[in-house]
Write a protein that binds this ligand. Structure first.
Ligand code: ADP
Length: 270
């Protein structure tokens, strides 16, 4: 985007000429777009949990409720508060991404137990889906990674797999490794993604514009955060999908150099 305007050149109050100024405002235009997306997403996504928390607390305070329902109301208030807190964290992550101040606390990490744990957690929290973990490697090579960010990445992908499979079905997490990489895939049998949307899927605030996605709700930030995390670990995230059949998100990360720098016997590297 180029903005242009005319400026008068004056020396001691005397007009000496005019100048045509061209300015590249692509960055500012993108920031404006993000800001207005943020305002509309915030107002839309915050309203639902807030009104539900407000409604349930009001009912409890007025003591007009059936006491046997107290636990149910508290559970709703708790889960809606969690949803709000996740939203705020996503917004903060995106702001850090914009300001390029995202930092990673990296250490040697085995992805296998993390993937197993996250899979088990999601398997226990749904009755509609069958969620399984499968490893195609005997011993998962280590990677250099930020454990919290890896958990956030897995959570975002598994959460989407469940969310976008509204009729249930199988969800499979598969771990594999080659000589230099560790790779995991999250495969679902959900609503799938139209071909035309695949290129924009990892953009901030992008959501597939169809009735299924609209009904399900979201901010369009989860996958942008996933991409940022994966690229912050020198990896790659890709997606394959067929509408009405399902999607597979694959994350490929480099092994820690220490993992494959094994010196063969007898080789002098000093
Ligand atoms: P959100 O789910 O909050 O909208 P995401 O960034 O996680 O945001 O995802 C962006 C969009 O990609 C979603 O709105 C949805 O349209 C699509 N999408 C993501 N994951 C899946 C999936 N597993 N199956 C089908 N569509 C998906």
């Amino acid at each position: 985007f180029i903005q242009f305007y005319v400026e008068t050149i004056e020396v001691e109050g005397i007009r000496k000429g005019t100048m045509l100024v061209l300015r590249d405002v692509t960055k500012e235009t993108e920031m404006d777009r993000l800001k207005s997306e943020l305002v509309s997403t915030v107002s839309h996504e915050l309203r639902t949990p807030l009104s539900s928390i407000y409604g349930f607390t009001e009912l409890m305070l007025n003591r007009k409720m059936d006491l046997s329902k107290q636990d149910k109301y508290l559970k709703t208030i708790h889960s809606e508060t969690e949803r709000l807190s996740n939203l705020v964290n996503d917004f903060l992550d995106v702001q850090r991404m914009e300001a390029r101040i995202q930092s990673y606390q990296k250490g040697l990490l085995n992805l296998q137990p993390l993937l197993e744990e996250t899979t088990q957690f999601y398997a226990a929290s749904t009755t509609n889906h069958t969620i399984t973990f499968r490893s195609l490697t005997d011993a998962c090579p280590l990677i250099e990674a930020d454990e919290e960010k890896m958990k956030q990445l897995m959570n975002n992908l598994l959460n989407n797999a469940v969310k976008y499979s509204p009729f249930g079905g199988n969800i499979e997490v598969v771990l594999e490794a080659d000589h230099h990489h560790v790779q995991f895939a999250v495969r679902d049998e959900g609503i799938g993604i139209p071909k035309s949307a695949l290129a924009k899927l990892f953009d901030k605030f992008y959501r597939v514009d169809n009735s299924d996605s609209r009904k399900i709700g979201g901010t369009g930030l989860g996958l942008a955060i996933c991409k940022e995390i994966v690229e912050g670990h020198d990896g790659e995230i890709t997606v394959e999908s067929v509408e009405k059949q399902g999607s597979t998100f694959t994350v490929k990360l480099p092994q820690s150099v220490q993992e494959y720098m094994v010196v063969p016997d007898g080789l002098d590297v000093s």
